[in-house]
Design a binder for this molecule. Structure first.
Ligand SMILES: *[C@@H]1O[C@H](CO)[C@@H](O)[C@H](O)[C@H]1NC(C)=O
Length: 261
Protein backbone atom coordinates (compact mmCIF):
# COMPACT_ATOMS: atom_id res chain seq x y z
CA UNK A 1 0.00 0.00 0.00
CA UNK A 2 2.83 2.34 0.82
CA UNK A 3 4.06 1.86 -2.70
CA UNK A 4 0.70 2.95 -4.08
CA UNK A 5 0.50 5.97 -1.82
CA UNK A 6 3.91 6.98 -3.10
CA UNK A 7 2.88 6.53 -6.73
CA UNK A 8 -0.35 8.43 -6.26
CA UNK A 9 1.33 11.38 -4.61
CA UNK A 10 3.97 11.44 -7.34
CA UNK A 11 1.23 11.39 -9.95
CA UNK A 12 -0.75 14.11 -8.26
CA UNK A 13 2.34 16.26 -8.26
CA UNK A 14 2.77 15.92 -12.00
CA UNK A 15 -0.69 15.48 -13.43
CA UNK A 16 0.39 16.44 -16.93
CA UNK A 17 3.21 13.91 -17.13
CA UNK A 18 2.08 10.81 -15.32
CA UNK A 19 4.72 8.15 -15.03
CA UNK A 20 4.07 4.70 -13.68
CA UNK A 21 4.63 0.98 -13.74
CA UNK A 22 7.42 0.21 -11.36
CA UNK A 23 10.14 -0.95 -11.70
CA UNK A 24 10.34 1.33 -14.77
CA UNK A 25 8.71 4.52 -13.54
CA UNK A 26 10.19 6.53 -16.40
CA UNK A 27 8.01 5.05 -19.10
CA UNK A 28 5.14 7.29 -20.06
CA UNK A 29 1.68 5.98 -19.26
CA UNK A 30 -0.56 9.01 -19.28
CA UNK A 31 -3.66 9.19 -21.46
CA UNK A 32 -4.80 12.18 -23.50
CA UNK A 33 -7.10 14.52 -21.50
CA UNK A 34 -9.94 13.91 -24.03
CA UNK A 35 -10.51 10.54 -22.38
CA UNK A 36 -12.25 12.23 -19.44
CA UNK A 37 -15.26 13.13 -21.62
CA UNK A 38 -15.90 9.46 -22.39
CA UNK A 39 -16.03 8.13 -18.82
CA UNK A 40 -19.61 7.08 -18.07
CA UNK A 41 -21.83 4.21 -17.03
CA UNK A 42 -24.79 5.44 -19.11
CA UNK A 43 -26.14 3.48 -22.05
CA UNK A 44 -24.30 4.50 -25.20
CA UNK A 45 -24.41 2.55 -28.48
CA UNK A 46 -20.85 1.34 -27.75
CA UNK A 47 -19.48 0.86 -24.25
CA UNK A 48 -15.87 -0.06 -23.46
CA UNK A 49 -14.67 -1.81 -20.29
CA UNK A 50 -11.04 -0.97 -19.56
CA UNK A 51 -8.90 -3.01 -17.21
CA UNK A 52 -5.63 -1.25 -16.43
CA UNK A 53 -2.25 -2.89 -15.92
CA UNK A 54 -0.34 -3.33 -12.69
CA UNK A 55 0.34 -0.05 -10.90
CA UNK A 56 -1.21 2.09 -13.63
CA UNK A 57 -3.45 4.94 -12.54
CA UNK A 58 -6.94 4.74 -14.13
CA UNK A 59 -7.54 4.49 -17.07
CA UNK A 60 -3.95 3.35 -17.79
CA UNK A 61 -2.08 3.15 -21.07
CA UNK A 62 -5.21 1.99 -22.89
CA UNK A 63 -6.76 5.43 -22.38
CA UNK A 64 -5.43 6.80 -25.68
CA UNK A 65 -6.78 3.92 -27.78
CA UNK A 66 -10.13 4.20 -26.04
CA UNK A 67 -10.32 7.91 -26.68
CA UNK A 68 -9.47 7.43 -30.37
CA UNK A 69 -12.03 4.62 -30.75
CA UNK A 70 -14.79 6.72 -29.19
CA UNK A 71 -13.90 9.74 -31.31
CA UNK A 72 -13.96 7.59 -34.47
CA UNK A 73 -17.34 6.16 -33.47
CA UNK A 74 -18.84 9.63 -33.30
CA UNK A 75 -18.05 11.08 -29.88
CA UNK A 76 -19.61 10.84 -26.45
CA UNK A 77 -23.21 10.41 -27.60
CA UNK A 78 -22.08 7.22 -29.37
CA UNK A 79 -19.40 5.78 -27.12
CA UNK A 80 -18.28 5.69 -23.50
CA UNK A 81 -16.03 3.69 -21.21
CA UNK A 82 -15.79 2.54 -17.64
CA UNK A 83 -12.83 1.24 -15.69
CA UNK A 84 -13.02 -2.19 -14.15
CA UNK A 85 -12.53 -1.27 -10.55
CA UNK A 86 -9.70 -3.22 -8.87
CA UNK A 87 -6.40 -2.63 -7.06
CA UNK A 88 -4.02 -3.58 -9.94
CA UNK A 89 -1.57 -4.44 -7.18
CA UNK A 90 1.96 -5.56 -8.00
CA UNK A 91 3.45 -8.82 -6.76
CA UNK A 92 6.07 -7.17 -4.55
CA UNK A 93 3.57 -5.95 -1.95
CA UNK A 94 3.10 -9.48 -0.61
CA UNK A 95 3.21 -13.06 -1.89
CA UNK A 96 -0.55 -13.03 -2.50
CA UNK A 97 -1.08 -9.42 -3.59
CA UNK A 98 -1.17 -10.05 -7.36
CA UNK A 99 -3.50 -13.07 -7.15
CA UNK A 100 -5.87 -11.29 -4.76
CA UNK A 101 -5.88 -8.19 -6.93
CA UNK A 102 -6.65 -10.15 -10.11
CA UNK A 103 -9.43 -12.13 -8.40
CA UNK A 104 -10.99 -8.86 -7.22
CA UNK A 105 -10.79 -7.54 -10.77
CA UNK A 106 -12.58 -10.61 -12.10
CA UNK A 107 -15.38 -10.33 -9.51
CA UNK A 108 -15.86 -6.61 -10.03
CA UNK A 109 -15.54 -6.83 -13.80
CA UNK A 110 -18.19 -9.55 -14.04
CA UNK A 111 -20.53 -7.59 -11.77
CA UNK A 112 -20.00 -4.38 -13.76
CA UNK A 113 -20.46 -6.13 -17.10
CA UNK A 114 -23.62 -8.01 -16.06
CA UNK A 115 -25.09 -4.88 -14.54
CA UNK A 116 -24.36 -2.84 -17.67
CA UNK A 117 -25.69 -5.43 -20.09
CA UNK A 118 -28.91 -5.85 -18.06
CA UNK A 119 -29.44 -2.10 -18.02
CA UNK A 120 -28.28 -1.37 -21.58
CA UNK A 121 -29.20 -4.43 -23.68
CA UNK A 122 -28.95 -2.49 -26.93
CA UNK A 123 -25.31 -1.48 -26.39
CA UNK A 124 -22.35 -3.08 -28.12
CA UNK A 125 -19.68 -3.97 -25.58
CA UNK A 126 -15.89 -3.85 -26.04
CA UNK A 127 -13.38 -5.07 -23.47
CA UNK A 128 -9.71 -4.10 -23.41
CA UNK A 129 -7.07 -4.98 -20.87
CA UNK A 130 -3.32 -4.70 -20.47
CA UNK A 131 -0.93 -6.91 -18.48
CA UNK A 132 -2.66 -7.92 -15.22
CA UNK A 133 -5.73 -6.25 -16.73
CA UNK A 134 -5.44 -8.51 -19.80
CA UNK A 135 -5.42 -11.56 -17.56
CA UNK A 136 -8.45 -10.22 -15.66
CA UNK A 137 -10.27 -9.56 -18.95
CA UNK A 138 -9.70 -13.08 -20.28
CA UNK A 139 -10.49 -14.59 -16.86
CA UNK A 140 -13.76 -12.80 -16.45
CA UNK A 141 -14.95 -13.86 -19.90
CA UNK A 142 -13.57 -17.39 -20.13
CA UNK A 143 -12.91 -18.39 -16.51
CA UNK A 144 -9.70 -17.96 -14.55
CA UNK A 145 -7.56 -18.87 -11.59
CA UNK A 146 -4.53 -21.02 -10.85
CA UNK A 147 -0.90 -20.70 -9.74
CA UNK A 148 1.14 -17.64 -10.76
CA UNK A 149 4.75 -16.48 -10.49
CA UNK A 150 5.56 -19.36 -8.07
CA UNK A 151 4.04 -17.03 -5.52
CA UNK A 152 0.34 -17.53 -5.18
CA UNK A 153 -2.75 -19.27 -6.50
CA UNK A 154 -5.43 -17.07 -7.93
CA UNK A 155 -8.92 -18.07 -6.82
CA UNK A 156 -10.78 -20.03 -9.50
CA UNK A 157 -13.74 -18.36 -11.19
CA UNK A 158 -16.25 -19.39 -13.81
CA UNK A 159 -16.44 -17.39 -17.00
CA UNK A 160 -19.45 -15.79 -18.59
CA UNK A 161 -21.27 -17.93 -21.03
CA UNK A 162 -21.06 -16.42 -24.50
CA UNK A 163 -24.88 -16.51 -24.41
CA UNK A 164 -24.81 -14.25 -21.34
CA UNK A 165 -22.68 -11.70 -23.15
CA UNK A 166 -24.12 -11.59 -26.68
CA UNK A 167 -23.42 -7.87 -26.98
CA UNK A 168 -19.66 -8.41 -26.64
CA UNK A 169 -18.34 -7.40 -30.05
CA UNK A 170 -14.60 -6.91 -29.57
CA UNK A 171 -12.04 -7.95 -26.96
CA UNK A 172 -8.41 -6.81 -27.08
CA UNK A 173 -5.76 -7.94 -24.61
CA UNK A 174 -2.06 -7.08 -24.45
CA UNK A 175 0.73 -8.92 -22.62
CA UNK A 176 -1.44 -11.23 -20.54
CA UNK A 177 0.28 -13.33 -17.90
CA UNK A 178 -1.93 -16.42 -18.37
CA UNK A 179 -2.27 -17.18 -22.04
CA UNK A 180 -2.94 -19.85 -24.59
CA UNK A 181 -0.21 -19.53 -27.26
CA UNK A 182 -0.50 -19.96 -31.05
CA UNK A 183 -4.24 -19.44 -31.29
CA UNK A 184 -6.03 -17.99 -34.31
CA UNK A 185 -6.63 -14.92 -32.11
CA UNK A 186 -2.96 -14.58 -31.06
CA UNK A 187 -1.24 -11.53 -32.58
CA UNK A 188 2.42 -10.45 -32.50
CA UNK A 189 5.89 -11.98 -32.73
CA UNK A 190 5.60 -13.45 -29.22
CA UNK A 191 2.49 -15.47 -29.97
CA UNK A 192 4.17 -18.88 -30.21
CA UNK A 193 6.31 -18.57 -27.07
CA UNK A 194 5.35 -19.90 -23.66
CA UNK A 195 3.77 -17.44 -21.22
CA UNK A 196 4.27 -17.11 -17.47
CA UNK A 197 1.22 -19.37 -17.00
CA UNK A 198 -0.74 -21.46 -19.49
CA UNK A 199 -4.41 -20.90 -20.11
CA UNK A 200 -5.44 -24.47 -20.76
CA UNK A 201 -8.14 -27.03 -19.99
CA UNK A 202 -11.49 -25.53 -19.01
CA UNK A 203 -10.08 -22.01 -19.14
CA UNK A 204 -9.11 -22.45 -22.76
CA UNK A 205 -12.51 -23.88 -23.64
CA UNK A 206 -14.02 -20.84 -21.92
CA UNK A 207 -11.97 -18.18 -23.70
CA UNK A 208 -12.28 -19.99 -27.03
CA UNK A 209 -16.01 -19.14 -26.98
CA UNK A 210 -14.82 -15.58 -27.61
CA UNK A 211 -12.29 -16.52 -30.31
CA UNK A 212 -14.28 -14.79 -33.04
CA UNK A 213 -14.17 -11.41 -31.32
CA UNK A 214 -10.77 -11.62 -29.59
CA UNK A 215 -7.32 -10.25 -30.42
CA UNK A 216 -4.61 -11.22 -27.95
CA UNK A 217 -1.37 -9.28 -28.54
CA UNK A 218 1.98 -10.65 -27.38
CA UNK A 219 5.41 -9.25 -28.18
CA UNK A 220 8.54 -11.37 -28.38
CA UNK A 221 10.69 -10.50 -25.36
CA UNK A 222 7.66 -9.72 -23.18
CA UNK A 223 8.54 -11.41 -19.90
CA UNK A 224 4.89 -12.16 -19.07
CA UNK A 225 3.16 -13.36 -22.22
CA UNK A 226 6.32 -14.70 -23.95
CA UNK A 227 8.46 -15.74 -21.01
CA UNK A 228 10.30 -18.44 -23.03
CA UNK A 229 11.62 -15.91 -25.59
CA UNK A 230 14.88 -14.04 -25.21
CA UNK A 231 16.18 -11.51 -24.52
CA UNK A 232 13.38 -10.39 -22.20
CA UNK A 233 12.98 -6.66 -21.59
CA UNK A 234 10.23 -4.72 -19.85
CA UNK A 235 10.19 -2.36 -22.82
CA UNK A 236 8.64 -5.15 -24.90
CA UNK A 237 5.77 -5.36 -22.43
CA UNK A 238 5.17 -1.62 -22.49
CA UNK A 239 5.48 -0.68 -26.15
CA UNK A 240 2.21 -2.17 -27.44
CA UNK A 241 0.47 1.16 -27.43
CA UNK A 242 3.08 2.86 -29.55
CA UNK A 243 3.43 -0.10 -31.91
CA UNK A 244 -0.17 -1.14 -32.38
CA UNK A 245 -2.27 1.92 -31.53
CA UNK A 246 -3.59 2.54 -35.06
CA UNK A 247 -4.05 -1.17 -35.75
CA UNK A 248 -6.17 -1.66 -32.68
CA UNK A 249 -8.24 1.49 -33.20
CA UNK A 250 -8.97 0.49 -36.82
CA UNK A 251 -9.88 -3.09 -35.91
CA UNK A 252 -12.15 -2.17 -32.99
CA UNK A 253 -13.96 0.54 -34.97
CA UNK A 254 -14.39 -1.71 -38.00
CA UNK A 255 -15.56 -4.65 -35.87
CA UNK A 256 -18.05 -2.56 -33.90
CA UNK A 257 -19.42 -0.85 -37.00
CA UNK A 258 -19.73 -4.17 -38.84
CA UNK A 259 -21.60 -5.92 -36.04
CA UNK A 260 -25.27 -6.02 -35.22
CA UNK A 261 -26.67 -6.11 -31.74
C1 LIG B 1 -1.04 9.21 -25.18
O1 LIG B 1 -1.00 10.28 -26.10
C2 LIG B 1 -0.24 11.38 -25.64
C3 LIG B 1 -0.41 12.50 -26.67
O2 LIG B 1 -0.11 12.07 -27.96
C4 LIG B 1 1.22 10.95 -25.47
O3 LIG B 1 1.98 12.00 -24.95
C5 LIG B 1 1.29 9.76 -24.50
O4 LIG B 1 2.60 9.27 -24.43
C6 LIG B 1 0.36 8.66 -24.98
N1 LIG B 1 0.37 7.59 -23.99
C7 LIG B 1 0.47 6.31 -24.37
C8 LIG B 1 0.48 5.31 -23.26
O5 LIG B 1 0.55 5.94 -25.51
Amino acid sequence: MRHHAFLLSTLAASATAQRCDSPSPDIECSAVPEIAAYRTTSCTPTHIFLTRGTDEPYPGRLGNITSLVCTALGGDSQCGYEDVSYPAANRYISATSWCESAATGVRNGQTQLKEYVARCPASKVVLMGFSQGATVTQDLLGGGGGPLFDLCTQEANKGLDRGQAPGTKAVVTFGTVRRSPSEPYSVGAGKDFQPEALRDGELKVGIDQYAGVLRDYCNEGDQYCAKSSSPLALENHLKYFVQYQQDVVDWVVKTVKGSKI
